[in-house]
Structures are given as C-alpha cells and as structure tokens.
Design a protein around this ligand. Sequence first.
Ligand code: B12
Length: 210
Amino acid sequence: MADLQALADALIKGDRNTVVDLTKKALAEGVGPKDILEQGLIAGMNVIGRRFKANEVYVPEVLIAARAMHGGMDVLKPELIKAGVQPVATVVLGTVKGDLHDIGKNLVGMMLTGGGLKVVDIGTDASAQKFIDACKEQKAELCAMSALLTTTMPQMPAVIKALKEAGVAVKTMVGGAPVTQGFADEIGADGYAPDAASAVDLARSLLGVA
Ligand code: B12
C-alpha cells in the first residue's frame, strides 16, 4: 500500500532515491498523481519551509530537499500532464539588472515550485524588458524580483513601472537581503517576504489560492 507520509518523510530527509522509488511505487499502485504531489511532495516541502522559517534547518538542507523534490517531480510530471493537473499559477522570477546573486532567488524558486506554482526563472541580471517579455509569453500571474545589492534595488521600481507602462497586469513581489517591507510599500510592490518559505505564503495569498 502506497505510503504518502513515508514519501513526505523521505523528502524532508532529502533522500532523493527513496523519493523517486516511493513516487514510482505509488503510481504503480494506482494512486493519483495529484494526491502524490499534494500529500507526498508538497506536504514534505511545506515541513521544510516551516523548519527553515523557524531556523531549525538551513540552506543546505533546503537545497537537498529541493533536489529530492525535483527527483519526484521528474517521475510525476508526465502523469500530471496526462491527468490534466495544472499548476495553480505561473510566476516569473529573476534577479534584477546589474545583480548576479542567485542563491536566494533559486531557493525562492524551489519553494514556490514546491508550493505548486509553475516557476519561470529568467536568471540573474534581468532587465525590465526581460521581465516584461517573460510575463507576457508565459501569461504569468505573478512577477517576483530578487536584489542583493543596495545599488540594484532601484531596478525593482523600474521593473514595476515598466510592467505598468507595457500594460502587463501581474502582481509583483520583491525580496532579497537589503529589501524591506517599507521599501516594497514605497515602490508600490504588491508584496514582500523576508525568506523563501514566507515567499510561498505570500505568493499564494497574492494569488488568492488557499
Ligand atoms: C554569495 C555572495 C556573493 C556571490 C554570489 C554567488 C551567487 N551565485 O549568488 C558573489 C561572489 C558572485 C558575489 C558578488 C558580489 N557581491 Co556578494 N554576497 C554574497 C553573500 C556572501 C551571500 C548572499 C547569499 O547567497 N545569501 C544566502 C541567501 C539564501 O540569502 P538571500 O539571498 O538573502 O535570500 C533569501 C531572502 O533574502 C529571500 N529572497 C531573496 N530573493 C527573493 C526574492 C523574492 C521575490 C522574495 C519574496 C524573497 C527573496 O529569500 C531567500 C531565501 O530565504 C552576501 C552576504 C550576505 N551574508 O548576505 C554578499 C553581499 C550581498 N555581496 C555584496 C557585494 C558588495 C558584492 C559585490 C559588489 C562584490 C564586488 N566588489 O565584486 C559583487 C556583486 C556582483 C553582482 N554584480 O551582483 C554585499 C552587498 C552590499 C550592499 N548592501 O549592497 C554583501 C551584503 C556582502 C557585504 N557585506 O558587503 N556575492
């Protein structure tokens, strides 16, 4: 009998091989891909998110859990497509122009993927035009920007302004070590989160999904 709790536990431990095996086993036993995703993979990633927020685990554990999550997702993806399971929304994520820091952005991307969102990562040093093009092409609902330098923070309001001018109706969220709620309010971003786990809660609340 498929044990989705064991799958979640293996993900929390970052045990990629077991995650892959248990995902295959659950599918072979006829468990629906959506249940495996939600009650196994996402459930495990949520625990990692909560522990990361509480400083009970750190960046390496999150990266290892995310690698295990990717292992399970690779097995599930074709089945999810066949079953017509759609991600709840699409997020375009990038580090703003002039900024090459991507560790925090990547963590945010992994946690958002773990939270059931489709993440389109446009990389680092991303210009306003690159954000606009990606949001349009992907029909994104959310545009997420990361900045680690005080000198690149001003790119965030520039992207928000450019999105508005281009008539791209997306919610915007910002983050990165020097970014604060006050700054987000000042530049008219729809949301700010201090870490990757909170970014998932923020994204879901901005998108109005439970
Ligand atoms: C690693 C690092 C580098 C690496 C980056 C490698 C990489 N692939 O990312 C390298 C060596 C390339 C680098 C280069 C530089 N760096 Co540097 N770097 C760092 C360092 C040590 C760690 C950053 C990091 O990865 N933290 C870990 C992650 C997990 O945390 P995080 O990024 O904050 O992300 C979390 C949250 O902020 C949030 N988050 C992040 N993005 C987003 C986005 C959204 C939408 C949301 C909601 C949340 C969110 O969630 C994340 C996970 O919880 C910091 C110092 C520090 N301790 O922060 C300096 C630091 C950021 N760098 C600094 C500087 C000055 C530079 C350089 C200019 C140095 C130089 N003279 O060349 C260059 C700039 C290059 C460029 N153009 O970008 C300064 C910035 C000072 C400032 N206030 O502007 C810092 C603070 C170091 C310092 N004390 O001086 N750096």
